[in-house]
Design a protein around this ligand. Sequence first.
Ligand SMILES: NC(=O)CCC(=O)C(=O)O
Length: 278
Amino acid sequence: MLCPSAPSERDGGTVHGSSLRAALIQLRVDPDEPVADRRERAARMVREQSAADLVVLPEGWPVGAFSFDRFEDEAEPAADGPTAAAMSAAARDADVWLHAGSVVERAPGGELFNTSLVFAPDGSLAATYRKIHRFGFDRGEATLMAAGTETVTVDHPAAVIGLATCYDLRFPEQFRSLVDAGSRVFVVPAGWPRARAGHWSLLARARAVENQAYVLACGTSGSHAGVPMAGRSAIIDPWGDVLAEAEDAEEQVLTATLDLAEVARIRDTFPALKDRVL
Ligand SMILES: NC(=O)CCC(=O)C(=O)O
């Protein structure tokens, strides 16, 4: 199921199915809740979404994307750590595809990565994606973590899904590369601060419009490490229209049904992707 990006048709991939019911869990992350309790709560919330075809959690929710001082202690193996175990079981119980957001991964060599985990409905780990663009300039994630080097797509039965994480949203070339690998849907888990909420909403729509693809942008709610989160999770269609958006930064589940034929329709009737020269 894991497909490291490879060149393919520029204007599309294979349409596997016609619709996809998405459920984005805008999870609350705050310092008062122990990590183990949050894991259990997140797993419970995933199990409640058994009507969905794809459930999404935000970036770094077990520890908090900005809780840098806890990264070393809370780091876990990607494939068989406590978050992977809980999320694998939840995906299997709910019988859903689950983008379980990202964890602080402790790699076999000891380095830390910001790693997303995607599970198939049988609970198997279908893909991992190590965040390529680390946030923080000369501090935080940018200094504590290693950078991923590979773009990743997932072959969901409804569509090829391209993966990106939070700050990656500012780098359109990553999304173009995911389109070249056949993506019709992008999933972007985030721990995006409220201070730049406007950028989050704007960039998520821009990535949808310029790539004529659905964007599932799943943020965090609450406040951790003194950083209030933006929330504002959104499901955006390939024309850039917002199908569903979290009204504020409260914990909530956002749902919408994606019509995958819409991607082909827009790419056929307004074929801007075919006019690429670079
Ligand atoms: N966790 C992140 O990647 C935060 C990104 C961010 O705050 C920004 O791009 O602005």
